[in-house]
Each structure stands twice: as structure tokens, then as C-alpha cells.
Write a new protein. Structure first.
Length: 289
């Protein structure tokens, strides 16, 4: 009588296959990792051990159940991108420069009248300006945390570029909604866009275990409450339309980035970072010409 055919246990990716194989091996279960198709892997165990293997994996999942789907995976790099502090340093330096040269600030602020006359670059330059030190400090403190987290998940280049574009979309939305004479400045729309990127990650995670759906709801709810706390204020200077539009744009960009299942090459990150810097230089060059 021949032995029953071996049982294949499908896995999400190679990393999960390796993790599960270690868990089974630790329980004395013989296991092999097989590639079923391109970038698809499974565990092969004997039919005799299959029931015990499923029980072991169930226990392994219960013991390791947590927030792993929210934080960066081990193969995605660090959980916090410390280089995000460079962007915060640029904002602080630029605030000092524009306070020293007041006409530079006037040239970069979002002025609806000037935009309607063709000065479209103000939609971009206004993102890097701030009313005062309190405005700057708030955006830098919150932004450093959010930029660092987003940079670890999407890469520094892509997170900065998409968050910046979210801020620009926020400014453009404000331009459409408010009446003539609308003025605005600040990186708050960009910060809200970064928050949208972070919330979008768990919302669009694939193959989320059913036991973690409650945690998903909690995480998204916390993100929305953070938006209400940070983006909605009774202060008449708070541009809630730009904040909301930047937040929604960040959600959309995060969804787009999550659609790219393969890890993006360093050249893509470098290109995105280069595009971000080019937009800064180009728009400010037009503003100060």
C-alpha cells in the first residue's frame, strides 16, 4: 500500500513560508518549502502529519496575533525613517529665510487672485511656508512622526512626493471652494496627506486574517480621530477644506502604492525623491524670478 500524497499548505509569500516552516520544524514535523508558481510558495508535509501541522500553525497564529500587519515587515526595512528629519530641517530653515526676506513669503503664499492670473506655482510654494513659529512647530512635531512612519512603509522618496502632492491638491481644492480673495499657506495639508497614507496601508492590506478585522477597524478609527484632532480646529486660520482634501488625497495615493505588490526598486525611490526636489526648486524658481 502506497503512502498517501503529501499535503500542500499555501502561504502568502516566501517569508511566511519560512516562518511557518520553522514553527513546524520546532514541533518535530518534517516540512519542505516548494514553489508552486512565480513568487508563490507552499509548505509540503506528509498526510500523516497534516492534522498536527494545521493545529500547530493555528496555535502559532494565535500566539503571534497582533499589529504586525500595521507596522513594516522585517523585509521592508526599518519601522521609522530617521532621514525624514531632513525635510523638517528644510522647513525650519526655509521659515528662517522667508522671515528674513519678507517679499519671498509674499511671492510664495497661496493667493487666489494671483493664481487666477496664472501664478499656478503658488499652489506648490505655499506648502513650504508658515504663519509663525507656533504654526511651524506644530507641523514639524507632528510631521516628523508621520513622515518617519510613512517613509519606513513606502520609502522616503515616494512618501515625500505623494504627501507633497496631497498638500498641493488640498490647496487647489481650497482655491476651488473658497471665494475670491482666498489666501493660505502651511504644510498642514501635506501632514494630513501623510496621515492618509498611513491609514490607507491597513485599509488596503491584502489577505488580512479575519481575527484581525476588529484591529483594522480600531486602527482606521484612530486614524480618523487623529485627523479630526489635528486637521479640524475652531481657529479661523485653520483651512479645514485643504486639510480634508489633503487627507483624502493621501488615502488615494496610499491605495495606489499598495497596489504595487512588488517592492519598488531603489531607483524608483531615488526618482521620486528627485521629482520632489525638482518640484520644490522649479516652483520656487518661478516664484522668485
Amino acid at each position: 500500500m502506497t503512502d498517501p500524497s503529501p499535503v500542500l499548505i499555501p502561504t502568502k509569500d516566501r517569508k511566511q513560508a519560512m516562518d511557518w516552516s520553522l514553527a513546524l520544524t520546532s514541533q518535530g514535523i518534517e516540512v519542505a518549502i516548494v514553489q508552486t508558481e512565480e513568487e508563490r510558495f507552499a509548505l509540503q508535509v506528509s498526510a500523516v502529519d497534516s492534522i498536527r501541522a494545521f493545529q500547530t500553525l493555528k496555535l502559532y497564529h494565535q500566539e503571534n496575533r497582533g499589529w504586525g500587519w500595521w507596522v513594516a515587515r522585517a523585509d521592508e526595512g526599518p519601522r521609522f525613517e530617521t532621514r525624514a528629519i531632513l525635510w523638517v530641517a528644510v522647513l525650519i530653515l526655509w521659515y528662517a529665510v522667508t522671515e528674513r526676506f519678507g517679499h519671498w513669503k509674499s511671492a510664495g503664499i497661496l493667493d487666489s487672485n494671483a493664481c487666477l492670473l496664472g501664478e499656478w506655482w503658488r499652489l506648490f510654494t505655499a506648502v513650504t511656508l508658515h504663519h509663525d513659529l507656533a504654526h511651524l512647530a506644530g507641523n514639524c512635531a507632528i510631521g516628523l512622526l508621520l513622515f518617519g512612519l510613512a517613509g519606513a512603509r513606502y520609502g522616503l522618496g515616494l512618501s515625500l512626493l505623494t504627501a507633497y502632492l496631497a498638500g498641493v491638491i488640498g490647496n487647489f481644492t481650497g482655491l476651488l471652494v473658497y471665494e475670491v480673495g482666498y489666501n493660505s499657506l502651511g504644510a498642514s495639508g501635506m501632514v494630513m496627506g501623510t496621515l492618509g497614507l498611513l491609514i490607507s496601508r491597513p485599509m488596503t492590506s491584502q489577505e488580512l486574517p479575519a481575527t484581525q478585522r476588529k484591529r483594522l477597524i480600531v486602527a482606521v478609527s484612530v486614524g480618523v480621530m487623529l485627523f479630526v484632532l489635528l486637521g479640524v480646529s475652531g481657529d479661523p486660520q485653520t483651512d479645514m477644506v485643504a486639510h480634508l482634501a489633503g487627507f483624502v488625497a493621501g488615502l488615494f495615493f496610499g491605495w495606489m502604492l499598495r497596489r504595487l505588490t512588488a517592492r519598488l526598486a531603489p531607483s524608483v525611490q531615488a526618482g521620486a525623491l528627485g521629482g520632489f526636489i525638482l518640484l520644490l526648486v522649479l516652483t520656487w524658481g518661478l516664484a522668485l524670478r
